[in-house]
Design a binder for this molecule. Structure first.
Ligand code: FAD
Length: 476
């Protein structure tokens, strides 16, 4: 009897419960990833996926194992692998949201038909049903949820570390199953993908190194630096966490150890754990509300007739709105596949409130362009900025991008990094260049020819938005 470890967003060998369970059985074990191009996440995500699978393949080979990567329609590929390799038990970490829910349903149907055991494991810190209000209901607001989670941290299972490979029995793969499949390879080899991925270190070891480096070198400054996009003040662990190259339980354990070893930095580490709890919260919300992937948590938002995406959306995507902090964020996203959290909030507010677009328009763009595009975090982030989600940022609140830019990028370093065409502008013009459009056209004609200098009329936009808020209040 053979067992199969089915990888999804858990591309690591350590702290991996299915691997621990399988290796304790002393049965021949094979390892597989199924790539269904029709049910895959966005393109940037697939580029990281290809690189991460190569790293995983190398790590498995060092254990005398191998990684099977099957491409094609999921049910067919899954069935073929189960039958070809005489698999009787599949162990995996289940994932929330689409495309994973559909894929997992398909896996269940195949396993039931073939009479194969399918054993799911969770990756959450705590089972969602164990984190409830006094009335026994799921939480719908972050602060009480996080307080509850903080009070339960001792109950989070300890990471399991490395499994015992000493009695591992490999299964020999057919040659064609050992290659990175063609469509995944093709996307990884595109002209845009190579420079994108070359800026990052991919894989489990890179994730562990990054976490260690951040927790030993940067953590003490995290609370005061985390909102400034020009500073390297956050962990940049989101991509590793999304792909499961490091487990969130291991990261939590490392934080708690760091708190014990560096008591002077305990508060700073606590504020980092608070961000990790946002991640747990987004999964928790999706667990109890699977419809959130395309329906607003506050149901009246689902009745709004949103305008069709237009040229302004294209300008937003290209970083050509004319509002420098917004455009810098969108260019950072395009060039690196990542964007600073403060700027994600600003570009999200601009799209949903200034341009009055459906939050799903932004969610879809992020899904395709972010390397860390994560179903739960992305949906929660967009519903939060649009003001239709579970938490604070109400619909009537709209960020003033100029005030935010002056506050969080006072010297304009971030703007100049991503909008080099604005580099010659002095600090007092860089946040709102339209205020001096005439002067800029005279002094910097090349800049004026390449960057929009029209007045976005922030006052009028705010009034328009307030009218929409009034209309929304009338809705039941
Ligand atoms: P750090 O500040 O170092 O935080 C550590 C970890 O905590 C992050 O890696 C992340 O896993 C988690 N975290 C931090 N902030 C949040 C948050 N607000 N919500 C949920 N988890 C959080 N994050 C994603 O991982 N994938 C997404 O697709 C995504 N889409 C977003 C869309 C919008 C509109 C917004 C406003 C936020 C989105 N976020 C998303 C959350 C957040 O912006 C990123 O997690 C963060 O910028 C990643 O950088 P970091 O790892 O340096 O964060």
């Amino acid at each position: 009897m053979n067992q199969l470890i089915w990888f999804q967003r858990d591309l690591r060998l350590n702290d991996h419960t299915p691997i621990h369970r399988a290796l304790s059985q002393n049965e021949p074990t094979l390892f597989a990833y199924f790539h269904d191009p029709q049910q895959a996440q966005g393109e940037a995500n697939q580029v990281w996926l290809a690189a991460s699978l190569s790293k995983l393949q190398t790590a498995l080979q060092a254990k005398n194992a191998d990684l099977l990567v099957a491409e094609g329609e999921f049910s067919q590929a899954f069935e073929r692998v189960l039958t070809t390799y005489n698999v009787k038990n599949v162990l995996y970490h289940f994932e929330l949201g689409e495309p994973y829910q559909t894929i997992q349903q398909q896996a269940l149907a195949v396993c039931q038909r073939l009479k194969v055991r399918l054993t799911p494991f969770d990756q959450a810190w705590l089972p969602p049903e164990s984190v409830l209000t006094q009335q026994g209901n799921p939480y719908g607001v972050y602060t009480p949820f996080s307080k509850k989670v903080f009070s339960m941290l001792d109950g989070v299972p300890k990471p399991e570390g490395e499994a015992n490979w000493s009695n591992f029995q490999p299964v020999t793969l057919e040659n064609h199953d050992r290659q990175l499949p063609s469509r995944l390879k093709a996307i990884a080899n595109t002209d845009w993908a190579k420079p994108l991925i070359s800026q990052w270190k991919v894989g489990e070891q890179a994730a562990i190194n990054q976490a260690t480096h951040f927790l030993t070198t940067h953590i003490q400054h995290y609370p005061e630096r985390r909102d400034f996009p020009a500073i390297n003040g956050t962990s940049q662990l989101s991509i590793h966490l999304h792909f499961g190259e490091i487990s969130s339980t291991r990261l939590l354990e490392s934080c708690r150890q760091a708190q014990a070893n560096q008591p002077g930095h305990s508060e700073a580490i606590q504020s980092f754990i608070r961000q990790l709890i946002w991640r747990e919260f987004s999964r928790y919300l999706l667990f109890f509300n699977p419809g959130l992937i395309n329906q607003a948590y506050q149901s009246k938002f689902n009745q709004i007739d949103w305008p069709e995406p237009d040229d302004q959306v294209v300008a937003w995507q290209r970083g050509l709105t004319g509002v420098p902090i917004i455009d810098a964020g969108m260019r950072q996203l395009w060039h690196t596949g990542w964007m600073h959290n403060r700027v994600r909030m600003l570009v999200g507010s601009w799209l949903t409130k200034n341009l009055n677009q459906h939050w799903l328009v932004g969610q879809a763009w992020f899904e395709n362009t972010l390397l860390d595009a994560d179903i739960a975090n992305n949906v929660m982030g967009w519903q939060w900025v649009a003001g239709c989600g579970v938490d604070a940022a109400p619909y009537f609140r709209l960020f003033n991008p100029v005030v935010q830019s002056e506050k969080f990028d006072p010297q304009g370093h971030y703007i100049r990094q991503w909008l080099p065409e604005l580099a010659p502008l002095p600090n007092q013009l860089i946040h709102a260049p339209w205020d001096a459009a005439g002067k800029i056209k005279q002094q910097f004609p090349t800049l004026a020819a390449n960057y929009p200098l029209h007045d976005p009329n922030l006052k009028q936009v705010r009034l328009d938005h307030q009218q929409r808020v009034q209309a929304l209040k009338m809705m039941t």
